[in-house]
Design a protein around this ligand. Sequence first.
Ligand code: FAD
Length: 224
Amino acid sequence: MISMTTDRFDATPRTRVKRLPDRGSYDRALVHAILDEGIICHVGITVEGQPFVLPMAYARRGDALLLHGSSASRLLKSLAGGIHACVTVTHLDGLVIARSTFHHSMNYRSVVALGTATPILDPERKLQALADLVEHLVPGRGPDARPPNDQEMKATTILDFPLTEVSAKVRSGPPGDEPEDLALPHWAGVIPMTTQYGHPEAAPDLSAKGPIPPYLIEYRRTRS
Ligand SMILES: Cc1cc2nc3c(=O)[nH]c(=O)nc-3n(C[C@H](O)[C@H](O)[C@H](O)COP(=O)(O)OP(=O)(O)OC[C@H]3O[C@@H](n4cnc5c(N)ncnc54)[C@H](O)[C@@H]3O)c2cc1C
């Protein structure tokens, strides 16, 4: 269990980074930063012995993730039923080009969280959670869109996934070639990677006459 008064999540036997432990971290601020930068998580569950890993949107609220989806979806029904789940978020920062094929790698930041979700049933909390999800995806958009109606709310399951067993793992920097390979004639280094966002393209049936809102033109997800 974690202590809410510390800056770190406690490593558990299931979240301890065993290989290359120096890349592992339980720092709460780092975990939060990785989660806040991302918009897609991959949710793993096992149904009747078969693992499924599906992409989902998410938002972080304190030490919990919010997940949402169709109430009719098997994934959402399974999660709402309290099935054990694993949620992963990954940022790819670079391709690491080494002198040896063995030491080729990637620079990345990722978070793995283990736990179970709970449905948010209270209508006000549910509405707020939906607003949080939109705000996480597109900051500033919430007040600038029609809120969900009763039917849409009914068709949507919102889940609270507490961050209890959590680890981060980070690789950064140049390749880790063997000393005896450093004099080889092969180029070595890093190809940095970033995600770019283009200029907003209007829907073909757009009737709004105003300019594109600045928060859309300036949309970026910055690394904190
Ligand atoms: C970027 C992204 C964001 C998404 N965000 C959300 C979200 O926030 N909430 C949400 O509910 N859904 C989201 N989805 C869709 C989600 O991945 C599932 O497709 C959806 O939840 C349907 O689940 P299900 O239980 O009905 O599917 P299941 O009935 O469990 O799926 C049946 C089979 O369909 C196939 N399948 C299902 N989903 C996918 C997929 N994404 N890609 C390829 N094959 C698939 C698999 O073979 C699976 O076994 C997102 C998808 C993407 C790509």
